[in-house]
Design a protein around this ligand. Structure first.
Ligand code: NAI
Ligand code: NA
Length: 396
């Protein structure tokens, strides 16, 4: 079929198999261009199909030559119905891994469930024996708790008071004021239940109890801090409480891995356009200004540049892992540089519908957004009939 973008608000309902494959190949080529990393050998990526998780999987495989198992929740493709981007990304990744002689298998299902954890453990046992790196990169709006059966929904709201600020509709470029009502107590608990550290700890507990963690195993989850501008709705909002919980959980897990001489880390990453971040009010305006400033300074990175740097210069640098005063890895260091933040804050004051395409990188934002779904890649003929039904070679 001929597949065109069908955009509804901050999501796109269609995705393009060849464009998604191009996206994956570009990331693989980038990692290869940076040289070999003396890194992990057997890697489990939870949330492996898009964003930071996909980039972590690509870096593990094509940077360090690792065998990888990916867990994700994606819509398979069917006749007349394109799959979700993560489906096509995984198909492309596993095809490329196969060509390179790298083990790559995956499991499509709810990572929060006991069933998918068990299925993953069974696969590790039968194929790899153990894993030495576990990346935890889930971003989800909801979680069914595996013990209570309660469905928790996460929200992106300020705590205690209404938050008003500028935002942009990145499709139209219209800058407007947005006001977000404060959350309830239950919203905080629910957001922590979805995006906090409980499920990460459950994964590590289950893997450890099954005896599939290698000596010296490392696990990493991803967090975000960001600027003062977005603090009320991000770091000091409901999602920030979940990130605090995730960061605390790293210490709990680290303790549990002591007998294996293993470690648990949180890496604070840069703000990037992903399916998850497009949904957060105010963030798209911040990102479009940030991109402009970071690109001008030659400091811009995408998910793959971030993850390659995380592996090569932080996790597997041959020495100690550099941490901040709160015990976190920081690859948001360039985003948070004083000069970058000062320039973004000044542009924020000026930003209007009229000037945003000049002072901000709205075009870069939109391009990244469409790229997430496999659209707007040069060299792909989007008028062409493509086969929308694509198999994931390593799907278990
Ligand atoms: P994403 O939306 O691109 O990726 C989410 C992944 O989780 C996908 O592989 C998806 O299939 C999987 N997933 C979601 N629900 C699932 C479920 N129930 N079972 C199995 N798999 C499921 O998100 P992104 O942006 O890569 O986020 C990953 C982590 O990075 C999150 O913790 C996020 O907070 C963090 N982060 C994101 C930043 C950003 O700017 N996008 C910045 C810093 C951190
Ligand atoms: Na991810």
């Amino acid at each position: 079929m001929i597949i065109v973008p069908k955009v509804r608000g901050f999501i796109c309902l269609t995705s393009h198999p060849e464009g998604c494959a191009q996206n994956v190949v570009n990331q693989i080529n980038y990692v290869k261009s940076k040289g070999a990393i003396d890194g992990p050998k057997k890697v489990l990526v939870i949330g492996a199909s898009t964003g930071f998780g996909l980039a972590s999987r690509i870096t593990s495989a094509f940077g360090a030559g690792a065998a990888t198992i990916g867990v994700y929740f994606e819509k398979p493709s069917a006749e007349g119905k394109p799959g979700s981007p993560g489906w096509y990304n995984t198909a492309a990744f596993e095809t490329e891994a196969g060509k390179a002689g790298l083990y790559a298998k995956s499991i499509n299902g709810d990572a929060f469930s006991n069933e998918i954890k068990q299925k993953t453990i069974d696969l590790i046992k039968s194929d790899l024996g153990e894993v030495d790196l576990i990346i935890y990169s889930l971003a989800s709006p909801r979680r069914t708790h595996p013990v209570t059966g309660v469905v928790h929904n996460s929200v992106l709201k300020p705590i205690g008071q209404k938050f008003s600020n500028k935002t942009v509709d990145f499709h139209t470029g219209v800058v407007s004021e947005v006001a977000i009502e404060p959350c309830t107590e239950a919203d905080i608990e629910n957001t922590i239940a979805v995006m906090g550290g409980e499920d990460w700890e459950m994964w590590i507990d289950a893997l450890k109890a099954a005896g599939v963690l290698a000596e010296g195993a490392t696990t990493v989850a991803y967090s975000y801090i960001g600027p003062l501008l977005t603090e009320p709705v991000y770091r000091k909002g409901t999602i920030g409480m979940a990130k605090n919980h995730l960061e605390q959980t790293a210490f709990t897990i680290d303790e549990k891995l002591k007998d294996l001489k293993g470690h648990a880390y949180v890496s604070v990453n840069k703000a990037l356009v992903t399916q998850a971040s497009s949904a957060i009010p105010v963030i798209p305006l911040y990102i479009s200004l940030l991109y402009k400033v970071m690109k001008a300074k030659g400091l811009h990175e995408g998910c793959i540049e971030q993850m390659q740097r995380l592996f090569a210069t932080r996790l597997y640098n041959g020495g100690a892992v550099p941490l901040d005063d709160k015990g976190r890895i920081r690859v948001d260091d360039w985003e948070m540089q004083e000069d970058v933040q000062a320039e973004v804050a000044a542009l924020w004051e000026q930003a209007t519908t009229e000037n945003l395409s000049a002072i901000g990188d709205l075009a870069g934002y939109r391009n990244d957004f469409f790229n997430l779904f496999g659209f707007e890649f040069p060299g792909i003929d989007y008028e062409k009939d493509v086969n929308e039904v694509v198999n994931v070679p390593g799907l278990v």
